[in-house]
Design a protein around this ligand. Structure first.
Ligand code: ZN
Length: 92
């Protein structure tokens, strides 16, 4: 069976999944759910496994949803994750 886990170039260790479903800034204008992985040796973190759907700010229907959206966009990883599939309407 193939092992698809990423390999840390510095440590030659396999990354492990630290948290499923974090929300990240995918582009400068959209957020998306993905998974946070970490090297067990140097603790370098990466985000992979993006969902199929972006959420843009114009899709946020309330002011509180827009504030949460801005906080995610400001921080690359600002978990806990939000299920992007459930964001319409953005339940905050
Ligand atoms: Zn490492």
């Amino acid at each position: 069976m193939s092992d698809f886990r990423p390999i840390c170039v510095s440590c030659n260790e396999r990354y492990s999944c630290k948290r499923n479903g974090v929300t990240v800034a995918y582009t400068s204008e959209s957020i998306q759910a993905a998974d946070l992985w970490e090297c067990p040796s140097c603790h370098y973190q990466i985000v992979i496994g993006f969902s199929q759907k972006n959420l843009s700010k114009r899709e946020c229907k309330t002011d509180s949803a827009k504030r949460v959206y801005d906080s995610y966009l400001k921080n690359m990883v600002a978990g806990p994750g939000v299920d992007v599939e459930q964001m319409e309407p953005f339940q905050v």
